[in-house]
Each structure stands twice: as structure tokens, then as C-alpha cells.
Design a protein around this ligand. Structure first.
Ligand SMILES: Nc1ncnc2c1ncn2[C@@H]1O[C@H](COP(=O)(O)OP(=O)(O)OP(=O)(O)O)[C@@H](O)[C@H]1O
Ligand SMILES: [Mg+2]
Length: 383
């Protein structure tokens, strides 16, 4: 194993020396690559010494440990921060974890606690990060964009479908829509197609190993858009594992410009693979307080998964002025910028859902605000 590169940040020299002494006892495992006495120095040192782990004191002058942690999460998402604090700083600790610290350790600590905290944190996050990097490098053609939410009914499927249509028609992209909401996928209903093959048939027939076989399970929506439907009943989803999902996506990605994925609302194995592998995650929320709360939690999970902010984009759907919450208040809640706001239009959306004719494919609604908002979001996605 490579040595774990550690940067020590504490304003008290004696503390730094004690930590160094402990780490030097395990020279085969650790290398102290730098020392800093305030947060600003930490930020300056990171690109120079390239640490795996930063041991960060909370209270430091100039830029304190909390602010520095927040900056690191944004600018250097692959560096793992372990916060060092004294007893009784629980509030600070919670904040530190919120800002993206991966672990904490209470001072004064002993030899064993320090060594095991560092090694466990490194192991837990490094392995995932390395595999994420490899996956990103492996990626070839299609841009993979997933719709995700941490609450049901926010409009994920309507947005996934209508943006796939828009990309295929307006932007002339060869597009694949994968309904990976394996339990409750309803894209087939939204396009009025009930007796088509689904992903379940492909898995059940043992055909997921090649593109040539898989393409027989697609529904051709238009010249540029194919759809793979979700299973017709929830029980079937049990037969579709991460391995099949991976094979399906990898088979298809060389044949499309864009793959849009509608996901389920949990972090199960299949979904985690999809989210890891996506280039962009469109996190859908509405302005309702419950949805906003769940979104905030969901975004924290994404942060702890090591996704950086440019990958996870916030989309507010069903936007109206009537929620009693303004756009600027929503902005205050989230550190992620709002990528797109899709207005509420109950009439147009309900008619299109009920008739199985998506509004982005209906000339009567081309000029509606909701269709226009989707068009401009799609432009931003492929620009
Ligand atoms: N912009 C909008 N304006 C008005 N109604 C909308 C809008 N977007 C979606 N809806 C409505 O919200 C409901 C839920 O939409 P959809 O099924 O796409 O959500 P979902 O997040 O995929 O839900 P599920 O958790 O069931 O998968 C639908 O009845 C749809 O008509
Ligand atoms: Mg849905």
C-alpha cells in the first residue's frame, strides 16, 4: 500500500509535534507532507503537497477549521478532512461534518485512536474515489445524465421524459432514455405504451451482454430517441442487479450522444452505481418544505459520496410564487446553485400525463412556459 500522505493543521506547535511523533512511529504507513498553523495556509499547501488526509483543528486564527473544511470540500473534493476538536464542541463538530469533514477525533487522543481513525477514513473514502476516477476515465461517448430525488412525486419522470424528447428533437442528439426506477417506473405510461418489452425481459432472457442483443428490447419513440422501459411490476426488480445495470449502460453508451436515466428514490446498489457513473445528476425538488428538507439531506449524502458540486445540479420543479417560500430563500438553504427552475403548469402537465402525449412533443404546447423552461435546461446540459 502507498503511504498515506498527511497534512497537519493546528495553531499550537506542541500539538503538531505530538501528532508528528505518533505518525513517525508508523513510518511505513504514514508520511507527514506538511504542517499549517491556520486554514489559509492549509488551502495554499494542498496543491503543493497533495495530501490524502488533513488533520484539522477547529479553532485556528485567520481562517478557522470549519471555513477551511468547506473550501476544501468545494475545491479539493478528493482530500479527506478529519476534524480534531476538544470535548464539548459538539455543535462545531456537527457543522464540520455538514461542511464535508469525513471524520472527527476528540483531543487529547491516544496513539491507537489516531492511527485507527486515519487508516479507517482513508480506506473508506479512498477506494471509492479511486474507482470513481477510473470510471470517469473509462467513459467514452454518451453524456450520462440522471434524474434523482429524495422524495417521490416531484416530477422526475415527467422531466426525464420531456428532456429526452427535447434533446432528441430540438438538439438533434441521439438519445436513450433508461427507466431505472425499477420498482415504480412509469415512463411507459407517460408515452401510452403498455405492452412493450422491458429491462426485465432483457435480463430474464440473458441478453444483457451485448449491444446487438440489448437493442431488441428498446422502444423506438422517434428517429433519435429510444427508450428502455422499467419492469411492469415491482417484484421483477429483484432480478435486476448492479451487474446487469452496469452491462446495459456500458453496452449502450457507445451508440448514443446522451443517456437520460430516471432513477428510484433510494441509495440502493443499483442507484449508487448509476449515480457514481453519471456525469451529471439532476437533483429534483419542489418548493414544498418536506421536499426541500429531504433534498438538503440528499445533497449531504451526495457530498459524502465524494461527488463535487459541478456534478450534482439542483432543479426546482413545479415552481410557483404561491408556496410562501421565495427563490432567494431557497437559494439561502442550498449552497448548490439552482441549475433550472421549471414552472408549475397543472393543466398542461396533467393533460399530457393523462393522454400519454408528452407536452414537449405537442405543437400546441411548444410555446408554454413549462416546455420553454425544459428547452433552456436541455441547452445548458449539452452546451
Ligand atoms: N411542472 C409541473 N407542473 C405541474 N405538475 C407537474 C409538473 N411536473 C410534474 N407534475 C405532476 O407531478 C406528478 C408527479 O410527477 P412524476 O411522476 O414525474 O414524479 P416522480 O418524481 O417521477 O414521481 P415518482 O416518485 O412516482 O416516480 C404528476 O402527476 C405530474 O402531473
Ligand atoms: Mg417517477
Amino acid at each position: 500500500m502507498d503511504k498515506i500522505k498527511i497534512l497537519i493543521a493546528d495553531d499550537i506547535e506542541e500539538t503538531r509535534n505530538v501528532i508528528k511523533k505518533i505518525l513517525n512511529l508508523e513510518k511505513k504507513l504514514f508520511e507527514v507532507v506538511g504542517e499549517a498553523s491556520n486554514g489559509e495556509e492549509v488551502i495554499r499547501l494542498i496543491p503543493k503537497v497533495n495530501p490524502d488526509i488533513i488533520l484539522m483543528d477547529i479553532n485556528m486564527p485567520i481562517l478557522n477549521g470549519l471555513e477551511a473544511t468547506e473550501k476544501i470540500t468545494n475545491e479539493f473534493p478528493y482530500v479527506n478532512v478529519i476534524i480534531m476538536s476538544v470535548q464539548g464542541e459538539t455543535e462545531y463538530l456537527k457543522k464540520a461534518m455538514f461542511y464535508g469533514a469525513k471524520e472527527y477525533i476528540i483531543k487529547p487522543f491516544n496513539y491507537d485512536a489516531l492511527i485507527s481513525t486515519i487508516t479507517a477514513t482513508y480506506k473508506k473514502y479512498r477506494e471509492r474515489q479511486v474507482s470513481l476516477l477510473i470510471k470517469q476515465e473509462e467513459r467514452s461517448k454518451a453524456k450520462i445524465i440522471s434524474y434523482f430525488s429524495s422524495k417521490g412525486g416531484v416530477g422526475k419522470s415527467v422531466l426525464a421524459l420531456n428532456s429526452a424528447i427535447t434533446l432528441s428533437k430540438e438538439d438533434s442528439k441521439k438519445t436513450l432514455l433508461l427507466d431505472m426506477d425499477l420498482l415504480f417506473g412509469d415512463i411507459s405510461m407517460l408515452v401510452n405504451q403498455y405492452n412493450q418489452k422491458t429491462i426485465f425481459n432483457a435480463v430474464d432472457d440473458g441478453q444483457v451482454d451485448s449491444y446487438e442483443n440489448m437493442k431488441n428490447y428498446l422502444y423506438k419513440y422517434n428517429e433519435n430517441l429510444d427508450i428502455l422501459f422499467a419492469p411492469l411490476n415491482p417484484e421483477a426488480s429483484e432480478y435486476i442487479n448492479r451487474d446487469s445495470v452496469e452491462k446495459i449502460i456500458k453496452n449502450f453508451e457507445n451508440y448514443y450522444d446522451v443517456i437520460i436515466i430516471d432513477t428510484g428514490i433510494n441509495f440502493d446498489n443499483n442507484n449508487l452505481y448509476i449515480l457514481d457513473y453519471s456525469e451529471v445528476i439532476l437533483f429534483v425538488s419542489t418548493m414544498e418544505i418536506v421536499s426541500l428538507k429531504n433534498t438538503k439531506l440528499g445533497l449531504q449524502v451526495m457530498e459524502s459520496l465524494g461527488y463535487d458540486k459541478s456534478k450534482v445540479k439542483l432543479v426546482i420543479n413545479k415552481f410557483t410564487q404561491n408556496y410562501g417560500i421565495s427563490k432567494s430563500e431557497v437559494k439561502d438553504v442550498f449552497t448548490n446553485k439552482i441549475f433550472a427552475m421549471i414552472p408549475e403548469d397543472q393543466k398542461i402537465v396533467s393533460i399530457s400525463v393523462n393522454s400519454g402525449q408528452p407536452f414537449c412533443d405537442n405543437h400546441r404546447y411548444y410555446k408554454s412556459k413549462v416546455a420553454k423552461a425544459i428547452k433552456s435546461m436541455c441547452k445548458k446540459l449539452v452546451e
